[in-house]
Design a protein around this ligand. Structure first.
Ligand code: ADP
Ligand code: MG
Ligand code: MG
Length: 890
């Protein structure tokens, strides 16, 4: 039997089907509406068409199935019976909203159509039954406006202009000043616009209206906006969206009616206080659209903001009391902060949406920790709940509290964090400039879903209009971008591409800094300070550490990076690259002499100069890492990367070596490679020029012995041979390292522990891991190169085609950001198994960029790696992700 495609909720609908509670089937909005109705909250009755049905519809070439038509018609009867009105009844019409609702909330999907079911006949009926002509005609014009925009695809500007002209002609300021006759006249004008634009009249048949809206929701899944959002948020194309059709309730029925948006706790700071905005005599998105300035929900918030218009708590105490009760009920039920939409119709409260609210990382940590203290959730749940990637927001430098600030203006603190960069005035410019390497701040009057790509490209967002729940504020918080909204001191001139902030005249390209936590806009770039793990962040990290199995190391090659990583909780170095040490001023000349030397003796002479320098580098790092394992990779890149380029560099080198420029250029030419990534690099250098690895091994052992003598505690060096493909390579180089170790120990009269192992970064190494493990005491998966060599894709050249590849679903995500688990992952898993079969206590870790990516970390847990290694700023992310992976594995 085929699965049910439509589920009813509210009224007398049953709510016992687990599929209806499943967000993957009924979408986030639909599942939660049904859930709220089932715990007795006032939800207008309605029905949900499943996400599966939208996928089927799109696959079938935009065609509705007969089963769907039949089920929808039955479900409509459920709404009609519940509200006691009929759809399309001219005397007493039932009206509905049509709302999209994917698994996760997605800007980019079709906008909601409200008041559907109105036409020239039913509007008269609505006027009579409500006893309010103004309301009926206001609703009808809203419906025509929305339907024409989102379903018929007509330019909404045409309708807005017509409305503006009526307002100007009459000297009105707010929409609420228009009379029923004004609205009636405007409806006639709107219908005229529709007929002119699409060459046929506005649909009067309510069934046609309904199916038109349903199709528009389905189609919006494949809109450009939705695709961009999916790509940015790793949402697969085959999820589809549900459609919710729901009886209308009206917040625009006069002064005892209202509509609002609320959070059960402050989503910016995490403070436990109701938070939100509402508007009297308004409908739907009026609150977020920025047409009228919304009013505060609570008296306390109004007083703090020093605002005049009454809060809901003061203006509608009964409905507010009911709302507060619902807040507590919902938090208790979902055990999480809820983001709620509600409407008050003539004093009665109706719930229109609830979902776990988006929050800043700071708020997420505070709520998680406080909810544990309140007994609402336990430590494990708190650890599960914080998105590791969101921590990134807190792991960046913040504004130096002691630095002077030239504050130009102050707006609303919509999304915390510091952002500095050049002003850009539109989303495309934001994207272009940021691709060229500029840091930019997007400054707009207000933002809309078309701006998503620019908001993503920007460091921060500043808007002149809009409240704390405006599009800019909500999206910025979700993306973790600092945002100052509603900064009325900002005025933009789009033609001249200039703007005024406070008293200052500025132009696109000028630099400003935002403090999203204070709402401040400052001139120039304000200096920053490093972050630290204190307070709630520290607490959650301790809980995470108790739960994780894998160790977390860092990829670091300077003492400063090591110190930072240790403050962030790193438990060792997973990858210390040594090549950058060769580039340092004063050394590069010796390096070049070594490379261009004609023979071994020439190379050894140059390496003699480098030895004390490398030893000093390692000593400084080991002092910071005493007592911890440190994986050090011997020289990896092809030698010609170190060669001189300019004539000046060649002549400097000629002076230093006494060799002629022509001779040097010829030698350099000999080192040219066609495909250096697959050329003379990695352990191939160690095989052909063993003296280079000898020098490096000597520098490492001398440094370890020195640190041990000095402090009594040595790190555990793990010497890593890169780019091994065969057992014999590792056998030869391991013997070299062991020999140098013995020499140094004899000279120093000391002895330290060490390991020799290899990076697994070639498919052959993964295949031969069982053999290679005879020689290597550890494997570190170098998944950057392993991805390149397995996919045959050069990371540095992939920018041009990877984004389209991800768009077309060829790769679910950029495989250099998140491990290709299906392909590269198999090699990792196989190598781990084969390595362990040969050497049961072999140490296994990952050191590619993937070591800081939560999805890849979760894979590492499944394969049973001993540790992951991430860049210093990602260490806390990896600690939390490792804990979540351990929890998931239980
Ligand atoms: P979004 O996903 O963009 O939030 P929604 O479907 O939640 O879109 O609807 C947009 C607005 O319309 C919200 O403010 C919501 O409260 C309002 N709305 C939706 N359905 C109804 C309804 N049946 N009656 C009254 N208002 C509604
Ligand atoms: Mg909504
Ligand atoms: Mg490599």
């Amino acid at each position: 039997m085929s699965q049910q495609t439509v589920y009813t909720f509210g009224g007398a609908a049953p709510h016992d089907d687990p599929r209806q509670r499943d967000k993957t089937i009924t979408g986030g909005k639909g599942a939660n509406l049904a859930e709220m109705a089932s715990i007795g909250l006032p939800v207008p009755p309605g029905f949900t068409i499943t996400t599966e049905e939208s996928v089927r519809y799109l696959r079938q070439g935009a065609d509705f199935s007969d089963a769907l038509r039949a089920e929808v018609s039955n479900a409509l009867k459920h709404i009609e019976a519940s509200v006691g009105k009929s759809f399309g009844d001219a005397a007493d019409p039932m009206l509905v909203s049509v709302r999209s609702g994917a698994r996760v909330s997605m800007p980019g999907m079709m906008d909601t159509v409200l008041n559907l079911g109105l036409n020239d006949a039913t509007v008269e009926g609505l006027a009579k039954t409500s006893g309010d002509e103004r309301f009926a005609w206001d609703s009808y014009r809203r419906f025509i406006q929305m339907y024409s925009d989102v379903v018929l695809g007509l330019d909404h500007g045409l309708f807005e202009e017509a409305l503006e002209i009526v307002k100007e002609d009459n000297g009105f300021y707010a929409d609420t000043e228009l009379s029923s006759d004004d609205w009636r006249a405007l409806v006639a004008e709107f219908k005229g616009i529709v007929e002119q634009e699409q060459g046929k009249p506005f649909p009067q048949d309510v069934t046609e209206q309904l199916w038109g809206a349903i199709a528009a929701v389905f189609d919006s899944w494949d809109s450009d906006r939705a695709k961009v959002y999916r790509r940015l948020n790793d949402i697969p194309a085959d999820w589809g969206t549900a459609v919710n059709v729901q009886a209308m309730v009206f917040g625009n029925m006069g002064d005892t009616s209202a509509t609002g948006v609320a959070f059960t706790r402050d989503p910016a700071t995490g403070t436990r206080a109701y938070y939100g905005e509402y508007l009297i005599n308004a409908q739907g998105e009026d609150v977020v659209a920025g047409i009228r300035t919304p009013q505060y929900l609570t008296k306390a918030a109004r007083e703090t903001a020093n605002a005049k218009p009454l809060s809901m708590e003061e203006a509608m105490p009964d409905a507010y009391g009911e709302l507060a009760r619902v807040f507590d009920l919902l938090e208790g039920h979902y055990k999480d902060m809820q983001d709620i939409e509600f409407t008050v119709e003539r004093g009665k409260l109706w719930m229109l949406q609830t979902r776990s609210g988006k929050r800043t990382a700071k708020a997420a940590l505070k709520m998680a920790v406080e909810m544990v203290e309140e007994g609402l959730i336990d430590e494990e749940e708190a650890v599960r709940r914080v998105d590791p990637m969101a921590l990134d927001q807190l792991l960046h430098p913040t504004l130096d509290p002691d630095a002077p600030r030239n504050v130009l203006t102050t707006g609303l603190p919509a999304s915390p964090g510091a952002a500095a960069g050049k002003i850009v005035l539109d989303a495309d410019t934001a994207e272009q400039w940021s691709q060229l390497g500029d840091k930019v701040i997007l400054v707009r009057v207000e933002t809309s879903p078309e701006d998503i790509h620019g908001m993503h490209a920007a460091q921060g967002i500043l808007t002149a209009r809009g409240g704390m729940t405006s599009h800019a504020a909500v999206v910025a918080r979700g993306m973790g971008r600092p945002c100052v909204s509603g900064a009325s001191g900002v005025s933009i001139n789009r033609e001249t591409r200039t703007l005024r902030i406070g008293d200052k005249e500025l132009k696109e390209g000028d630099e400003i800094t935002l403090d999203g936590a204070k709402g401040q806009v400052m001139l120039g770039i304000v200096p920053t300070v490093e972050p630290e793990l204190a307070g709630d962040f520290g607490t959650l990290m301790i809980w995470a550490d108790k739960l994780r199995r894998m160790r977390v190391r860092t990829n670091a090659e300077t003492p400063d990076d090591c110190k930072m990583a240790r403050q962030f909780g790193a438990e060792g170095i997973g990858l210390c690259r040594t090549e950058h040490m060769f580039f340092e001023a004063g050394r590069i000349s010796a390096v070049r002499q070594m490379i261009l030397a004609e023979d071994e003796a020439g190379r050894r002479a140059a390496l003699e100069v480098l030895l004390p320098e490398q030893r000093a580098d390692f000593t400084a790092i080991f002092e910071v890492m005493a007592g911890l394992p440190c994986t050090i990779r011997l020289l990896d890149p092809p030698l010609h990367e170190f060669l001189p380029h300019s004539d000046e560099e060649f002549s400097d080198l000629a002076d230093a070596t006494g060799l002629g420029v022509d001779h040097l250029k010829r030698r350099a030419g000999e080192l040219h490679e066609f495909n250096p990534m697959l050329g003379h690099r990695g352990c191939r250098l160690g095989i052909t020029f063993p003296e280079i690895y000898e020098m490096q091994a000597r520098a490492i052992f001398e440094a370890v012995c020195a640190v041990q003598k000095e402090s009594g505690e040595a790190p555990l060096p793990e010497i890593m041979i890169p780019l091994v493909a065969t057992r014999r390579e590792l056998e030869l180089l391991r013997a070299l390292v062991d020999r140098v170790a013995q020499e140094v120990f004899a000279e120093q009269g000391a002895r330290v522990e060490y390991l020799v192992g290899t990076m697994i970064e070639l498919p052959r190494a993964a295949l031969m891991a069982g053999e290679i493990a005879h020689e290597g005491e550890f494997f570190s998966f170098g998944t950057n190169d392993l991805t390149q060599t397995t996919l045959g894709v050069s990371r540095d050249d992939s920018a041009r085609f990877l984004a389209p590849y991800v768009d077309k679903g060829i790769f679910p995500r950029d495989p250099f950001v998140s491990l290709d688990i299906d392909g590269v992952g198999q090699l990792v898993e196989m190598a781990a198994e084969r390595g362990r079969a040969t050497r049961p206590d072999i140490k296994l870790g990952i050191c590619g960029e993937h070591g800081g990516d939560p999805a890849s970390i979760s894979f590492c847990e499944k394969v049973g790696l001993d540790y992951v290694s991430a860049s210093p700023y990602r260490v806390p992310i990896a600690r939390l992700a490792a804990a979540q992976a351990a929890l998931a594995a239980r």
